[in-house]
Design a protein around this ligand. Structure first.
Ligand SMILES: Nc1ncnc2c1ncn2[C@@H]1O[C@H](COP(=O)(O)OP(=O)(O)OP(=O)(O)O)[C@@H](O)[C@H]1O
Ligand SMILES: [Mg+2]
Length: 262
């Protein structure tokens, strides 16, 4: 079975960038990869350089499919719905085939508080649980920002939670919350990647800000990169943007794999 990794952190810290680059790196190791966009604003496909019009529609927006699988009928609304809808056939049907990397766009529940107790929530949870527990590929889940209900549902059973942190107090506090949540859920490995670093001293500030969470492991630091930012603006694949970033993320990936395999 391939490893299952979720990537979390505050909004805009670089989760999607890390996810897209790691997907490519794992595939270059000869592994099949399932990259899952579990964010409400479709962006993982952009990081692969896929134009917006070729990005698959998020599964969460497929009301008819959700209604059919959940037993609520066409509109996916109803007091009663299946907590365990059949989903095992859906990845192959709906992913975008990028060769060794397959991109599955799930989306996220956006209505505050509605995350768990609705047909869509149960459907997403079932799909994530299925991919995490049953699929053979390396699974990388690009999580929605912050810490909320869907985040919890989507990470149960993963091998590692990786939190991306930029030099900033709110980003550090979100990382602490995500790490605490991962511990609560019994996720064995929690790694941290420092991103957008402009000065080495920022690494120490981030590390000491994370010291409360004794279980987190530092995986590496990525410099602030103008070329990466530029690639994003030009909608180019992030993997080709900056060799230094790719090199640091290769090291971080190897370190994470060592931790996971104990
Ligand atoms: N090391 C870096 N140097 C410069 N810019 C970066 C770096 N890492 C990420 N960025 C830029 O920061 C922005 C946010 O990155 P990204 O989309 O990967 O973050 P995110 O955490 O997934 O955001 P969101 O919470 O919106 O999903 C993008 O414009 C990206 O190109
Ligand atoms: Mg993102």
């Amino acid at each position: 079975m391939g490893v299952k990794i979720a990537i979390g952190g505050k909004g805009g810290v670089g989760k999607t960038t890390v996810c897209a680059i790691w997907a490519k790196l794992f595939s270059e190791d000869g592994l099949d990869v399932l990259a899952i966009d579990a964010d409400s604003s479709v962006s993982l496909s952009l990081a692969f350089g896929i134009p917006f019009e070729k990005t698959p529609k998020p599964l969460i927006e497929m009301k008819e499919l959700i209604g059919e699988r959940s037993g609520t009928g066409k509109n996916a609304v109803g007091a009663y719905f299946r907590l365990n809808p059949k989903v095992s056939d859906l990845p192959e049907q709906f992913w975008l085939d990028l060769g060794k990397v397959k991109l599955l766009v799930l989306g996220a529940i956006t209505q505050a508080g509605a995350g768990c107790a609705c047909a869509e929530g149960a459907f997403l949870k079932a799909l994530l649980t299925h991919t995490i527990l049953q699929r053979q590929e390396v699974v990388l889940v690009d999580l929605a920002a912050g810490v909320e209900c869907m985040g919890r549902a989507s990470v149960q059973g993963i091998d590692a939670m990786v939190v991306v942190v930029e030099p900033g107090a709110r980003s550090i506090e979100t990382a602490n919350s995500v790490a605490a949540m991962a511990n609560e859920l019994g996720i064995k490995t929690v790694g941290v990647i420092g991103n957008k670093i402009t000065d080495k001293s920022q690494i120490d500030v981030i590390k000491s800000g994370l010291a409360k969470q004794s279980s987190v492991v530092w995986l590496g630091a990525l410099p602030y990169s103008k070329t990466l930012q530029q690639a994003d603006l030009k909608r180019e694949p992030v993997i080709d943007a900056d060799k230094k970033i790719v090199k640091e993320l290769t090291k971080a990936k190897n370190k994470l794999m060592e931790l996971i395999s104990g």
